[in-house]
Ligand binder design. Sequence first.
Ligand code: NBP
Length: 480
Amino acid sequence: SKATIGVTGLAVMGRNLARNIARHGHTVAVHNRTTERMTSLVEDHGDEGTFVPCETLEDLVAAIERPRAIIVMVKAGEGTDAVIDELVPLLDEDDIVVDCGNAHFADTRRREAALRDKGLHFVGCGVSGGEIGALEGPSIMPGGSDHAYQRLGPILESIAADVDGTPCCTHVGPDGAGHFVKMVHNGIEYADMQLIAEAYDLLRHRLHLSPAEIGDVFREWNEGDLESFLIELTGEVLGQLDPRDDQQAFVDVVLDQAEQKGTGRWTVQSALDLGVPVTGIAEATFARSLSGHAEQREAARREFADDQPQVDDPPGGQEQYVEDVRRALYASKVVAYAQGFDQIMAGSEEYGWDVDPGAMATIWRGGCIIRARFLDRIAESYSDDAALVSLLVAPYFADAVRDGLDSWRRVVADAAAAGVPTPAFSSSLAYFDALRADRLPAALIQGLRDNFGAHTYRRIDSGDDAFHLQWGGDRSEGPA
Ligand code: NBP
């Protein structure tokens, strides 16, 4: 009998996804450019389900029931285009090509339009959870047409992670919606990790705790509101010793230059285009860049070696400080997620996707890297108020931020005084204070713009009308 679905691209991700599909009782046709990866999959894991081995793309296409659904899990970019170009001529009307790689949503929009013109369906599908997620249940964010989701949904939902009986997979929206949401997910992941790193750095420098002791703090935090996969992993990483000597902390022998594959950068670039201030994600992305500028760091370290601020230990003692950092971390995290969801809503509006933000929080509860207890609260906030303008003003989060506010201010002020860099903590607090301000100095900026460039301004008492002041002349105000 024919396969229900096919997978081409059997490196770590595709291989595990194919096994996951087979384990759920679907017959899966498998193919890889280099045949050895395909044969080794079937040899090593053939007993986990029903695989149909295919040596060529022609074989793959022939093996699948129509309308066909074929998952492409190859290196994003040129690899994906190469496979699509080879695959498309072999397909029939209504067949579905599913790109589960980390594509940029603009590429997905382009590919979707091209395949739609040919009577085919293209589904850009975000998959989060790394290789373990792919095998045991990822969070899946498929875009594309309703028609394609009808065919694919049952299979994808069966292999996704499951939280309280709800699959971590839903139809996100048309064309690039799935890859867009996956991109913002990764951006939020950057912000989450930067905030965790800053919390660690503060405990290290202000309380002189060892990595192992800080690991214990994170393990404790993981019992409360902060409970999440990344907080759990932090406890594990900080508790690890150097595998070479079992003496030093592992974190102390790792080069302190964070790398990136680019999804944080994509998120910030898109946010700039959409005009959404995702300060948490941007600071996190820049912090990774900064860490990599070894030469500048060394020069500045030497130049300012004698300029270490002299400060006392944090007032209030260790217990109070740990609690302050926990609350500051939580409040900053609320800001980062609020900004990420703003970006999802702005993208949805710009591209006409009609994304349901609560459903995104729901499918991120399991499988993915940012899975967290907190996401239930986000889903609830949107289900209570579908027109929520910012997560920050949802009752639960407003209370959480209010409760943490004194701690947040103390931690940021103390970090500045002590010279511990906290770009994400500080900028999140600044974002919060700017958002809640009665008046912003944006008014002065408008004055300056009108002065040097006649860019005009609107008044607080004259609706949308624009004015220009005769700065070099009689200083009278006239219509723009
Ligand atoms: P890689 O990104 O390392 O890609 C390797 C696969 O791409 C192999 O199957 C390779 O075939 C195939 N391939 C390449 Br490269 N160029 C090709 C071409 N021109 N034509 C046909 N096949 C080609 O694999 P991965 O790490 O499994 O990731 C797959 C996708 O999943 C990527 O888009 C990645 O960004 C995404 N992703 C990865 C993770 C993760 O944790 N790794 C998580 C989420 C998403 P070959 O065997 O013949 O060389």
